[in-house]
Design a protein around this ligand. Structure first.
Ligand code: HEC
Ligand SMILES: [Cu+2]
Length: 358
């Protein structure tokens, strides 16, 4: 067998020994995705069989020896209806099934924990709310919905965890989101599945799904010392956001306490829900949506804050208390049991981590 390329040979051997045609099913949605996939494979196989049977039987039944003169059929409504309605029905089943799955995958449950992902040539940077930073690795607990908020800081990438049957584009300038719930502890592949330049093939990593207790331990052992919201608080001070947004009654900017999740009516008359994407836009392109009653004096911060910095600001604004301090301390956002904590220590003057150095 030495004439087969060694790579192909290895692949064949591995495939034959492990039947590793599919990645493991390690998330809640994985078996559901596979069910749809197998259904489509099944339909294709049935279709293939029918076509082959017809080809073979027709070439025997209607060959030239038996039928020297061709008989023309002018059409059969029954026949045409049959071969239209059956495939249409099958396609519609696939469509509805797929759409239901799609909505399930892209609509995170309310209790999902949030993890932020920045893609760049050629690595994945992961930011946990508790201040754990990872590169080309993602640690998650099993049995808990995890929502990823994803952005790219350069070109298009695509964040893919085959074992979870999850994939989402990382787009420059826009947040995308996907969620999953890991079910089986283990280490799985993380890929970039969008060709993104020379080292695209090395834009890989591992996803570690852990039992909740192990995950808690990992969180404690890996924190950078500041929660993401605390990084945001420092950034908020070092970029002088607090010169305009502060608890004083004569502040020049609108109060940002509790705006996350609220509905804002803009000067244009448009009503928006304040989510991560809105906050990002409000910080980077303030002139795009002006709040009535305020002069458009907020400067643009485009190019001055890294994507991690924007994530930190967003996380800070999500957890703002009435005095512009944050309720959250280390590890606290992550597991519900950890949710009590003392107020965060105050921000200090040094360069905050998300600020772009110039
Ligand atoms: C010079 C004063 C000033 C500074 C500095 C400033 N802002 Fe603003 N900001 C405003 C004003 C005024 C508005 C409302 C008008 C508008 O939307 O442009 C606003 C709006 C916002 C909004 C939208 C919320 C709403 O109700 O409209 C967010 C979020 C925000 N600012 C965050 C920030 C952050 C984060 C920083 C620092 C990176 C910052 N701002 C710096 C004045 C300021
Ligand atoms: Cu990539």
């Amino acid at each position: 067998m030495s004439h087969i390329s060694p790579v192909l040979w290895q692949f064949l051997v591995k495939w034959l020994t492990n039947f590793s045609l599919f990645p493991p099913e390690a998330s809640k949605v994985a078996p559901q995705m596979d069910a749809l996939y197998f259904f489509m494979v099944l339909i294709s196989l049935v279709g293939l069989t029918v076509v082959i049977l017809l080809i073979v039987s027709f070439s025997v039944l209607y060959n030239k020896k038996r039928h020297p003169v061709a008989v023309q059929i002018e059409g059969s409504t029954l026949l045409e209806a049959t071969w239209t309605i059956i495939p249409l029905g099958l396609f519609l089943i696939t469509f509805v099934w797929g759409a239901l799955l799609y909505f399930r995958i892209y609509t995170p449950p309310a209790n999902a924990m949030n993890i932020y992902v920045v893609g760049k040539q050629w690595m994945w940077k992961i930011e946990h709310p508790g201040g754990q930073h990872e590169i080309d690795a993602l640690h998650v607990p099993i049995g808990r919905p995890v929502q990823l908020t994803i952005i790219s800081q350069d070109v298009f990438h695509s964040f893919s965890i085959p074992a979870f049957r999850v994939k989402r584009e990382a787009i420059p300038g826009r947040y995308t989101s996907v969620w999953f719930e890991a079910t089986v502890p283990g280490t799985y592949h993380l890929f970039c599945t969008q060709y993104c330049g020379t080292n695209h093939s090395q834009m890989i990593g591992e996803v570690v799904a852990m039992k909740p207790d192990d995950f808690r331990q990992w969180l404690q052992g890996s924190t950078s010392g500041n929660s993401l919201a605390q990084d945001g608080e420092r950034l908020f001070a070092s970029l002088s956001c607090n010169a305009c947004h502060n608890p004083r009654p004569d502040s020049r900017g609108p109060n940002l306490v509790g705006i996350y999740g609220s509905h804002l009516t803009l000067a244009s008359g448009e009503t928006v829900t304040v989510d991560d994407a809105f906050l990002r836009q409000a910080i980077l392109n303030p002139s795009e949506h002006v709040t009535p009653g305020y002069a458009p004096i907020m400067p643009t911060y485009q190019g001055q804050i890294s994507e991690e910095g924007v994530f930190a600001l967003v996380e800070y604004l999500k957890h703002l208390d009435s005095d512009y301090r944050i309720q959250q301390t280390l590890n606290t956002t992550v597991l519900p049991a950890d949710n009590e904590g003392s107020p965060a220590p105050g921000a200090k003057g040094s360069k905050a981590p998300g600020e772009v150095k110039q």
